[in-house]
Structure formats: C-alpha cells, structure tokens
Design a protein around this ligand. Sequence first.
Ligand SMILES: C[S@@+](CC[C@H](N)C(=O)[O-])C[C@H]1O[C@@H](n2cnc3c(N)ncnc32)[C@H](O)[C@@H]1O
Length: 235
Amino acid sequence: MLKISQRLLALAQQVPSGSRVADIGTDHALIPCYLASRGISSFVVGVDLHKGPLIAANHTVQLSGMSQYISIREGNGLAPLAPGEADVVIIAGMGGDTIREILDQAPEVLEEVKKLILQPMTGSYHVRGWLFQNGWTIEKEDIIQEEGRIYEIIVAEKGASPVLHEMELSYGPFLIQNKHPLLLGIMEKDIISLQDIVKRLAKSTGKEARRKQLQLAKRIEEIKELIEWLSVAKP
Ligand SMILES: C[S@@+](CC[C@H](N)C(=O)[O-])C[C@H]1O[C@@H](n2cnc3c(N)ncnc32)[C@H](O)[C@@H]1O
C-alpha cells in the first residue's frame, strides 16, 4: 500500500469520499494515487507544469495500478481542466503568490469547484486575502509539523466570509481562535524577520524608510499583543 508523508496525508484527509479531485502541481502524483488506492476518489486529475514531475507522476500511477482512475495532465494551474471535472481542488507545496495566480486564472473552472484544499509554503496572507475577495470562506485550518518544518493547511468552501482583519489574514481566523500550539513559532519567526528589516531601515535617513520603519514597528507590536493573548490558556 502506498505510504505518504504526514503533510500529504493531512491534505488527503480533507477530501470528502466520492469527490472528483484535481491535484495541481502534483509532482510525483502521490495524492492522486493515495486517493484512488484508498477508494476515496475514483476520478483524480494530477496536473504539473514540468516534464520531470510529469514523468515521475506517470511512473507512480503505473506502479500503483490505479491508472484507470487517474489522469495526469501537462499544463499551467487549472488550465488543463474542463469546468465540472473536479469538485475538489488541491494546491500544495507552492508559494502563496503562485497559488493566488493559479486561482485567478480560471474562474470558469472554479465556478464548479466546491472545496479548495490549499497548503501555501509562504504568503498564506495572500491566499486568505484571495479567498475573502473571491466569494470563498475558510472552513478549516491546521498546521502540520514534519521534519522540523511547519506547513499551514487552509480548507475553503464557497460562501460569504466574515470580514477578516490583518492578523486573521496573516495567521488564520481558526488557528487564532483555536490557539493552535504551532502558531506561536510562526509568529516569533515573523517578529525576528520584521525586526531585521527595521534594523536595516534604521540605517537610512530617507522619509520613506522612516515611514516604513514605523509601520513595521507597529506591526511587531500587534503580533506581540496577539502572542500575549495566545499564551493565556484556553478557558
Ligand atoms: C514543491 S512541488 C509540490 C508537490 C506536491 N504538490 C506537494 O505538495 O508535495 C511543486 C510542484 O508544482 C509544480 N508547479 C509549479 N507551478 C505550477 C503551475 N503553475 N501549474 C502546475 N504545476 C506547477 C512544479 O513543477 C512541482 O512539481
């Protein structure tokens, strides 16, 4: 039986049984093969932009014996999909900006999609912002730690979202609300990189640098306040 990492498993577990799934940036097609071999999905499209991953994907599919349920396609983002082919779209292991671009490029495909399962490597702020602006509402969020790295998972469905303030866009409304234990590590890392930028800005004398410095200092304070709130135990 095919074994997949804890991160990929956490993504696969968000797929409702019986869904038609598209895995964008499928690489080795581990998610499609897992979903098909476990009987979770009998139609999975794995899309990738590059030749190497496509060769690897076809190889995994062949080895899994699931080729009648999986279609591996070459192309950019959602472009190789026809509207109505997938009701769940997974986009994992890419930067938030790339995920946002992919989602922006094919409104006619997304029209028919019911669930998005997203795992941005960076810039989850941009992903949440896109969801909020485009008629999607976050249904679930999680953070997975694997081999010393932290991965955010965002699951969204169609529907009106409550207004998300800056901290919620950055750190996730549900992750904050549930005081996710791994959130603190992400926020502390952000503070360190913001403090670094503030230090560098302090060396320049320009007005713009000063304005940016004050803006970042305010942001650091906001994150620290949120950390303080998170560190109070849940009632
Ligand atoms: C880091 S791998 C992630 C693989 C897998 N989704 C995972 O989470 O383990 C990113 C994959 O996305 C593919 N990719 C990057 N941009 C893409 C795009 N615009 N459309 C389709 N695939 C893309 C790359 O070729 C690569 O195979």
